[in-house]
Design a protein around this ligand. Structure first.
Ligand code: ZN
Ligand code: MN
Length: 484
């Protein structure tokens, strides 16, 4: 029997605001523990929350970028629970009136894991969203040998929770979804979505069912995954485990599981009997929010989406769809390309240099594009020198290496090294005459039909020019002289 897996994700994203959700404490990763706290984010009795306008704005922006409906009126609720890392014992969240509903994330081929890109079962799939709501993050616990410490710096960080429909069907699709979502959030400047810093965390709901069964199987939740590849591996393990259990005739039960990255296995955390009743009710300290003016303002200043950028790169710069995909994959790389390609005569050649030589050099040097020693305009200059025949492609590689190492401009290096290509027709003609006069046998061979002899003569011209003659031009002139 064949089984089908169904996955829904709940993604928590820390917003890139300067201050926390309900107080003025700064949001900063890696600060000395408990240095960014106040009565509000410590949850002291009687402290009153004040909404962060920027966080509302960013959530509305994320919603609009993802094609969501923005609720005209939204409110905050208390989610009651015993939280060891939240002393007020409720989290301010949103229950029945979230800021955003519906919307979707289009999956792009290049967002799938590299080894799965050749065989994408549902290309151009869109994963639909249920909702996006805004809440506050909790503090972070650190477990020591005999005690536990709590760092409240994270408590109160604005957190966006994005919930998908259960319509992801494989670990690879979940991987692509998270990659695309992360890209859109970065494009919007909403979050850096750095999973290593805990800025994007993911819970997965997984079920499997026999292919012919209409209803979904038993839903099992995997909590708190903190890397995209971890999500892929955890889902692969869990889907295999559930199918194995069903094949053995076992009954699956609704439960919450954790993921152990070291053993690459999921483990049982709690069963359904311990499901929480959070007793949500509206937070009496916060008034409902009217979004009309805010949403209109955000809508008027929407950044370009990855999908639109890819299409524009193909249209405006004549790069291939694949290259456009790679360039737009990283916003910094896309910006670099545009800055270099804007004034270029052949932007496609600029793209080739970026995607081959530049990216190789960067990865060899362990640098990212934002720390690139060659400014975009300088790369355009280099490509231009090659395209206009001032230097050969081979010389270009040499100049490029020097530019990357020293940060000097191409023209300066060409001058310094005296490697300018000889493209002067008169000068090349003289060299061709010299080569023809000195090599009567190959000349005769060529006239008798030997094409290889032309290459030999071309080599002689290049040699006479000390490698500086434009090879294409030398070949053309030689051929003309010998045939004429
Ligand atoms: Zn605070
Ligand atoms: Mn949440």
């Amino acid at each position: 029997m064949n089984y089908v897996a169904t996955v829904g994700l709940e993604v928590h994203v820390q917003l890139k605001t300067r201050s926390k959700m309900f107080c003025a404490c700064p949001v900063e990763f890696g600060a000395e523990p408990n240095t960014h706290t106040c009565p509000v984010c410590l949850g002291l009795p009687g402290a009153l929350p004040v909404m962060n306008h920027q966080a509302l704005r960013m959530t509305v922006l994320a919603g609009l970028m993802l094609g969501c409906d923005i609720a005209p009126i939204s409110k905050f609720d208390r989610k009651n629970y015993f939280y060891p890392d939240m002393p007020k014992n409720y989290q301010i969240s949103q229950y029945d009136m979230p800021l955003c509903t519906n919307g979707s994330v289009p999956l792009h081929d290049l967002a799938y894991p590299k080894d799965a890109q050749k065989n994408i079962p549902a290309p151009d799939k869109e994963v639909h969203l249920v909702r996006i709501h805004l809440e506050e993050d909790v503090a972070k616990s650190f477990h020591f040998e005999n005690s536990t410490g709590i760092d409240f710096n994270r408590a109160g960080t604005p957190l966006m929770e994005i919930v998908t429909q259960p319509e992801i069907n494989s670990p690879e699709e979940a991987f692509a979804f998270l990659t695309c979502l992360k890209q859109i959030l970065i494009y919007g400047g909403v979050s850096d979505a750095d999973m290593e810093k805990g800025q994007l965390r993911c819970d997965c709901n997984v079920s499997v069912r026999p292919e012919k069964q209409a209803g979904l199987g038993v839903k099992i939740e995997i909590k708190n995954l903190n890397s995209i590849s971890g999500v892929r591996r955890a889902l692969a393990y869990e889907i295999r485990r559930q199918i194995g259990a069903l094949r053995n005739g076992e009954q699956l039960e609704q439960e919450t599981r954790g993921w152990d990255d070291a053993t690459s296995e999921t483990f049982l955390m709690r069963t359904k009997e311990f499901a929480h009743d959070y007793r949500y009710f509206p937070d009496p300290d916060l008034v409902p929010v009217k979004t009309e003016i805010l949403a209109a303002d955000v809508r008027a200043r929407m950044p370009e989406l990855p999908k639109a950028k890819r299409a524009r790169f193909v249209e405006q710069y004549q790069v291939s769809a694949y290259d456009a995909g790679v360039l737009a994959d990283d916003l910094d790389l896309a910006r670099y390309f545009e800055a270099a390609a804007k004034g270029a005569k052949k932007p496609k050649n600029v793209a080739n240099w970026i995607l081959n030589d530049l990216q190789n050099a960067l990865s060899d040097a362990g640098k990212t594009i934002s720390a690139c020693p060659i400014p975009p305009v300088a790369l355009d200059e280099l490509v231009n020198l090659i395209d206009t025949g001032k230097i050969s492609g081979k010389q270009g590689k040499e100049v490029f290496a020097e530019m990357f190492a020293t940060g000097k401009h191409a023209a300066a290096i060409v001058k310094e090294k005296g490697i300018e290509q000889l493209s002067d027709v008169g000068a090349i003609e003289a060299l061709c005459d010299e080569a023809i006069a000195a090599n009567p046998k190959p000349v005769a061979d060529f006239k008798a039909g030997s094409v290889a002899s032309l290459n030999f003569l071309k080599g002689q011209v290049l040699k006479l020019s000390k490698g500086k003659a434009n090879p294409q031009l030398a070949g053309e002139i030689l051929e003309k002289k010998l045939k004429g």
